[in-house]
Design a protein around this ligand. Structure first.
Ligand code: MG
Ligand code: MG
Length: 255
């Protein structure tokens, strides 16, 4: 069931979204060659504590997961698409990091992700990240009353596919509110004009993922969480929490 949020609730979700935005900005500023993923997780945790917020990621255990998620930040490097567990791995020259983060404030959750490179970037990585960001922009533009979920999905899929990239199967965005994952699912590919009509008060986490090789398949790493591309090619992942309103889409995790 899709729960529509009141304007007051959307304002409260914006507060959570802004904690997420601050944490991701801090992670991006701190990420550099030699910095470990655990150090970035600790930094993000500091931002949560300072804001009096809690983590919807820490201890999260969906049905596919063998263990509760042990961190507040997902840190996915290079061929990791999403759900990377922060480890002692130290970032290297040219790495591509996707950082996904959530915060809960006053019972409301925000969820957002960024991808960026460390040190001197590979041009191919910049194009990959730029495409994921363009897909997210197109999806937000499609997140208007009168459209349907399929219009958002189609906007994402067509930007990614026309650039020649893969779109990982079966993973995508979701409704969000008092819980991180609510109805409806927001696929990263779909048919325009199909699916649930978008209404004022729907809040969606929209999250394009792209794979450089053009392949869509992936596997879970030995930790049971990290999803990696099957051919080792690099992936990017970006996400915003977006409220659909009569006056247009409102990006609650805007940085
Ligand atoms: Mg996320
Ligand atoms: Mg999400």
């Amino acid at each position: 069931m899709v729960e529509l949020k009141t304007d007051t609730s959307i304002d409260a979700m914006y507060e959570a979204g802004q904690v997420v935005a601050r944490a991701l900005t801090a992670v991006r500023e701190a990420a550099d060659v030699g910095v470990s993923l655990l150090e970035l997780d600790a930094l993000a945790h500091d931002v949560l504590r300072a804001a009096g917020a809690t983590s919807p990621f820490l201890g999260y255990r969906p049905s596919f997961a063998p263990t509760p998620f042990p961190a507040v930040l997902c840190a996915s490097v290079n061929d990791a698409i999403v759900h990377g567990i922060p480890t002692g791995y130290r970032l290297r020259e040219g790495d591509l990091l996707s950082a996904d983060f959530g915060a809960e404030v006053g019972g409301w959750v925000g969820d957002s992700a960024i991808s960026f490179t460390v040190g001197t970037p590979r041009p191919a990585d910049l194009r990959l990240i730029e495409t994921a960001e363009r897909a997210l922009e197109a999806a937000v533009e499609a997140a208007v009353v009168g459209n349907r979920i399929g219009d958002i999905a189609h906007a994402i899929g067509s930007v990614c596919r026309s650039a020649g990239y893969g779109v990982p199967e079966d993973f995508g965005g979701h409704g969000i509110g008092r819980r991180m994952h609510e109805d409806p699912p927001v696929p990263n590919e779909g048919r325009p004009g199909r699916g649930l009509p978008l209404r004022h008060g729907m809040v969606l986490a929209i999250e394009p993922m792209v794979v450089a090789s053009g392949r869509d398949d992936y596997h879970a790493a030995a930790d049971g969480w990290t999803l990696r591309t099957n051919d080792g090619s690099r992936a990017a992942h970006v996400e915003h929490t977006v409220a659909i309103t009569d006056s247009g889409p409102r990006i609650l995790t805007a940085r």
